[in-house]
Design a protein around this ligand. Structure first.
Ligand SMILES: [Zn+2]
Length: 415
């Protein structure tokens, strides 16, 4: 299954089995003592998350005939395996036929070389035209990107994804009257209302689901279905940090990052078809395997990971804007990532090596957000928000020693 941009996005298995909700400003009633949502039948599950209704949900449908997202997901491994099988079969067959027959085939190919080049040229030209015709600008940031799915297909995929995740977590979803759910709903609704001037906000059918599990994670589905694990709440110190985290997840959905990732991955797999066939046709199995795996590693390090980190940074940037409009103390976003960085220093979380990670490291995230801070604070001011506290939480955090931070984290049950 493709990545649904899980996480705030640095989930660590290290925090499993630790205490649940100890958020300072949150109700202290244990999540575990609260009744679970009765879910008996599949069709009821769609009603579990509260739908945060705004207005005028619109879908602009087109008649374009493209590949549906689910099919694209299935086709990706099929293409890779198909190319491997075809290339290898070609080599085995070539090894079995007579030398005279080989020479006949070689002569035939030499004769047909212009047609072969013509076919390849036409294929790659059509692919390039298809790519260019499917480039659209990302909302808010206006970054051009390739998305190969129609809005209808995206809507069907969004529904499919939601059902899949609700089914996975059906026994752990907190009821709507749970105080933690209510608190998170309040923050989410505030963010949505503050940003309802954005048409992309109104187009989505936002939902919120809180999963009662100790995972340090939150994620959003393409359709605007926000999932928050109670485990992450102990990492968050206040409502401003929580707002930023939810806004970051909302940004992923608004920017259609999941659809972009599937589209991008599909086109790369199509481009890899020919190299895979050539590798398996020319080299013995062991060498072909090494070449293919090395190729994937190179692609991963030089394309996939930087690309995913760029999407994360974009979600941080847009999340900060959404938060500023909701009068959040946006400086707390920096404090949150500084805190995550401190966890690394305290060896409480695996060190995030940037070039090997799908997410920017915590220090880089804090610095990136800091760089955007004056703009975000000015934006906040233009929305008639109450003035920020004269005590800058970033400076307050920086004034602490690592021992002080450790003590704070211990107090909250994080360490
Ligand atoms: Zn993210």
């Amino acid at each position: 299954m493709f990545s649904t941009l899980r996480g705030v996005c640095s989930a660590s298995a290290k925090f499993r089995n630790t205490r649940i909700v100890t958020l300072v400003s949150f109700p202290t009633r244990s999540v575990k003592n609260f009744p679970k949502v009765p879910v008996e039948r599949c069709e009821k599950r769609l009603n579990i998350p509260a739908q945060i209704q705004l207005s005028n949900r619109k879908f602009h449908t087109t008649n374009r005939r493209d590949i549906p997202p689910v099919l694209a997901l299935i086709l990706r491994p099929v293409l890779r395996i198909g190319a491997f099988i075809f290339g290898r079969t070609l080599r085995k067959w070539w090894g079995k036929i007579d030398p005279s027959e080989r020479e006949q085939y070689a002569a035939f190919l030499r004769k047909k070389k212009p047609y072969l080049y013509g076919f390849l040229g036409a294929f790659f030209s059509m692919l390039a035209i298809y790519y260019v015709l499917h480039i659209e600008n990302a909302p808010i940031t206006n970054r051009p990107r390739f998305i190969m799915f129609t809005k209808q297909q995206q809507a069907a995929f969004e529904k499919f994804q939601l059902e899949l995740h609700l089914e996975e977590h059906m026994d752990k979803i907190l009821p709507h009257n749970h105080p933690v759910y209510q608190q998170l709903l309040k923050v989410t609704t505030r963010l949505l209302n503050a940003n309802k001037d954005l048409p992309y906000i109104k187009e989505k059918n936002w939902t919120l689901s809180v999963i009662d599990l100790p995972e340090n994670n939150a994620f959003v589905l393409p359709g605007g279905n926000i999932f928050i694990f109670t485990g992450i709440l102990k990492m968050i110190e206040n409502e401003d940090q929580l707002s930023f985290i939810i806004a970051h997840e909302m940004a992923h959905s608004l920017l259609k990052h999941a659809m972009e990732q599937v589209s991008n991955g599909f086109i790369i797999d199509v481009l890899l078809l020919l190299p895979i066939v050539i590798i398996w046709a020319l080299f013995p199995d062991s060498i072909a395997l090494i070449l293919q795996l090395t190729g994937y590693q190179i692609l991963n390090i030089f394309h996939d990971l930087p690309y995913n980190r760029a999407l994360e940074s974009e979600a941080d940037e847009v999340g900060l804007t959404l938060s500023a409009k909701a009068c959040v103390d946006v400086r707390e976003a920096v404090v949150f990532w500084k805190m995550m960085r401190s966890l690394e220093e305290l060896n409480a979380e695996p060190t995030n090596v940037t070039w090997l990670s799908t997410h920017p490291n915590h220090k880089d995230r804090a610095e990136n957000l800091n760089g955007l801070m004056s703009k975000a604070i000015a934006l906040r001011g233009s929305y008639q928000c109450p003035g920020l506290s004269p005590v800058d939480p970033r400076k307050k955090f920086d004034a602490q020693s690592i021992k002080d931070v450790e003590a704070r984290l211990k107090l909250r049950g994080v360490l």
